[in-house]
Design a protein around this ligand. Structure first.
Ligand code: HEC
Length: 518
C-alpha cells in the first residue's frame, strides 16, 4: 500500500513536471512579449534592445524575467490598483508567472511551426489619415555627449482659420532619443522670438517654454502613448495663425543623432465639437502647508487643494515635479464625503511624464475638493538630487529648482457624461475612419510596388493579388494588423504583363485597387 502510494506520488510529480516544462516561446511567451514589450523593444523604438523574435528575446531571458518580476518593465509609473487609467501598461499576475516559468525552464522555443508572428505595427498613424501633418522645419542634431537635452521647437501651422481638433498624434521622428514631448499653443509670437534669438534650430529650456504661451499644456506625449482623441462632442481649439510649441526631451546618447518629429492633427470633420477641453492646475498657491520651500537635507510632503465650483467632468490628469520629487497622490472628495481616487505615483520618475486619461469621464459635483499630496527628498542620499551638497529648493524652471503642479483636463458637466468612455474604438467612430486601400504606387509597375492601407480595427487581414476573374495569383501578406496606416512592399516581377487587382480582405468585406504590370 505504502509502495503504491509513493508510486502514485511519483506519478503526480512527473505529471507536474511535464506540465511545467510546457511553457515555451511558441506556446505562451511570444504573445506576451509581443503584446507588452515589443511595442518599444523593436528597431527604431526607445527600448535599448529588440525583442522581435525568439533569438532576440531568449538572449535576454534572465533580464526579461528580472525586469518583469520587479515591475520595472513594462514602464508604468501610476499604481494601477489605486485608479485605472487609459492605456495602462500592466501585466496580469498570470502573465508575469508565465514569463518566470518560461525563463526558469530554460527559455525554450517550442514548436516554431506554431509560433505566433510579430504583430504589424502601424506606420505613419495609429488612427488613419490625418487632416494635416505639422513637421519640424529641419532635423535637429542631438549631440552624442551623454547629456539630456530639453529643447523647444516652434512649428507654424500656417492656418488662416481656427480649427477644432478631434485627435492629436505626436510622431516621434527618432524614437530612440525622443523621450517625451509637451505641446503648447502660441499666438503671441514669443516662441518665434526666442527661437530666433537662440543659436541653431529651436531653443533650450528645461521645462515649459520659458514664457506663458496662449495654452501651455495642449498635449503631452511619452513613449508608448497612444494617439489622443477626444470623445463625444469634446475637442481642442487651434486658433488661426497659431504656432505649436514642442518641448522635447532628448535622452542621453553616446553618438550624435538627428530627430525630425511631426504632429498628426485630425479635425472636427462634422462639426460635432461643442465643448473644448479646459486645463486647470493645483499649484503652490493652493498649498495647505506652504510655502513651497524644501530646505537642504529634508524630506517634505506638501498638500494642496482646489475647490470645484461647478459640476465638472474630468478627462485627464498630469502631475509634474522635477528631479527630487518622490511621489504623488491625488484624489477628490465629493460633498457627501465620497472619495474618488485619481492617481497615485509611488515612485516619481521625471523621464516618464505626461497626461494620463481616465477610462471614463469622472463627474465631480460642485463643492467637491481635489487634494494633491507630493513628497520631495532633498537629501544627499537621493541619487537624483541635482545639488551636491543639497541646497534649499523652491519654485523655478531650472533643473536645480523644483515644481509642484498637477494639471487637470476637464469640461463643464453635462448629463450623461458618466457614460462616456474613452476607448480606442470610440476614436474610430468619432473620426469616422474606414478601412481603405490606397492606389498602388508605382502603377504601372515592373517589379516592386508599395501597397498602403488603413484599418479601423485590429484584426486578421489578407492582402492578395488576383487576375480580373478573381483568381488569386499572388499573396502579399496575411496576418494580424494593428489599426492605423500600413505600407507593404510587393514584388510583382513574376506576373505576366496585364491588369490585376490588389484585394484587401478584412472581416468587414473586401476592397480592391487596380495594378497594371508592364
Ligand atoms: C513604453 C516602452 C517600453 C515598454 C512597453 C517596455 N520597455 Fe523595456 N525599456 C524601455 C526603455 C526606454 C528602456 C531603457 C531605459 C530604462 O532602463 O529605463 C528599457 C529597458 C529594458 C531592459 C534593460 C534594463 C536594464 O537595466 O538595462 C530590459 C531587460 C527590458 N526593458 C525589458 C522589457 C520587457 C521584458 C518588457 C515587456 C514586459 C518591456 N521591457 C517593455 C522601454 C519599454
Amino acid at each position: 500500500m505504502k509502495f503504491l502510494f509513493s508510486a502514485f506520488l511519483l506519478l503526480l510529480v512527473a505529471i507536474g513536471a511535464s506540465a511545467q516544462t510546457s511553457v515555451t516561446w511558441s506556446g505562451q511567451a511570444a504573445s506576451i512579449v509581443y503584446q507588452h514589450c515589443t511595442p518599444c523593444h523593436r528597431p527604431g523604438e526607445i527600448g535599448p534592445m529588440p525583442f522581435t523574435n525568439y533569438q532576440e528575446a531568449s538572449a535576454y531571458a534572465s533580464m526579461i524575467s528580472f525586469t518583469v518580476q520587479s515591475g520595472y518593465m513594462p514602464p508604468w509609473q501610476p499604481d494601477h490598483n489605486y485608479s485605472p487609467l487609459l492605456g495602462q501598461r500592466v501585466m496580469s499576475q498570470q502573465e508575469i508567472q508565465t514569463i518566470q516559468d518560461w525563463v526558469q525552464q530554460g527559455a525554450l522555443r517550442g514548436d516554431p511551426a506554431t509560433e505566433p508572428s510579430m504583430p504589424n505595427y502601424p506606420i505613419g498613424s495609429q488612427l488613419g489619415q490625418p487632416d494635416t501633418v505639422i513637421s519640424m522645419a529641419q532635423a535637429y542634431l542631438h549631440q552624442g555627449n551623454n547629456q539630456d537635452l530639453y529643447r523647444v521647437f516652434v512649428l507654424p501651422t500656417n492656418l488662416n482659420v481656427a480649427k477644432k481638433i478631434k485627435a492629436i498624434e505626436f510622431r516621434a521622428g527618432n524614437k530612440s532619443i525622443v523621450h517625451h514631448a509637451i505641446l503648447g499653443i502660441d499666438v503671441t509670437g514669443q516662441g518665434r522670438q526666442r527661437d530666433s534669438l537662440a543659436p541653431g534650430y529651436g531653443y533650450t529650456q528645461f521645462f515649459g517654454f520659458g514664457f506663458t504661451p496662449t495654452e501651455d499644456n495642449w498635449y503631452g506625449w511619452a513613449p508608448g502613448a497612444a494617439a489622443k482623441y477626444f470623445p463625444a462632442n469634446i475637442g481642442k481649439n487651434l486658433p488661426a495663425g497659431a504656432d505649436i510649441l514642442v518641448q522635447m526631451h532628448y535622452a542621453p546618447t553616446s553618438v550624435a543623432q538627428t530627430d525630425s518629429s511631426s504632429i498628426n492633427l485630425f479635425y472636427d470633420r462634422d462639426n460635432q465639437v461643442t465643448r473644448l477641453e479646459q486645463i486647470t492646475a493645483i499649484s503652490p498657491m493652493d498649498l495647505m502647508n506652504g510655502p513651497f520651500v524644501i530646505p537642504a537635507n529634508t524630506v517634505r510632503t506638501f498638500k494642496g487643494r482646489m475647490r470645484v465650483s461647478t459640476d465638472v467632468s474630468l478627462l485627464s490628469i498630469f502631475p509634474h515635479m522635477h528631479l527630487i520629487g518622490k511621489n504623488w497622490k491625488v484624489y477628490a472628495v465629493k460633498p457627501g464625503n465620497d472619495t474618488v481616487n485619481l492617481i497615485s505615483i509611488p515612485e516619481w520618475d521625471f523621464n516618464w511624464q505626461g497626461f494620463y486619461y481616465f477610462p471614463r469621464l469622472i463627474k465631480l459635483p460642485a463643492n467637491s475638493w481635489i487634494y494633491a499630496e507630493a513628497t520631495f527628498d532633498n537629501r544627499a542620499s537621493n541619487p537624483n538630487n541635482p545639488n551636491t551638497p543639497p541646497q534649499p529648493m523652491s519654485w523655478g524652471e531650472n533643473t536645480t529648482d523644483e515644481m509642484y503642479l498637477c494639471y487637470f483636463g476637464f469640461v463643464p458637466y453635462q448629463a450623461g457624461d458618466e457614460n462616456i468612455a474613452l476607448s480606442q474604438d470610440d476614436a474610430q467612430n468619432v473620426l469616422k475612419i474606414s478601412n481603405k486601400l490606397y492606389p498602388i504606387f508605382p502603377n504601372p509597375a515592373a517589379n516592386r510596388v508599395n501597397i498602403g492601407f488603413q484599418l479601423n480595427h485590429a484584426g486578421n487581414i489578407q492582402l492578395q493579388v488576383t487576375d480580373l476573374q478573381g483568381k488569386v495569383v499572388g499573396q502579399v501578406h496575411a496576418g494580424h494588423y494593428e489599426p492605423g496606416q500600413h505600407i507593404l512592399p510587393f514584388d510583382c516581377s513574376s506576373l505576366s504583363s496585364g491588369q490585376y487587382l490588389v484585394q484587401l480582405v478584412t472581416n468587414q468585406g473586401s476592397i480592391t485597387q487596380k495594378l497594371i504590370k508592364q
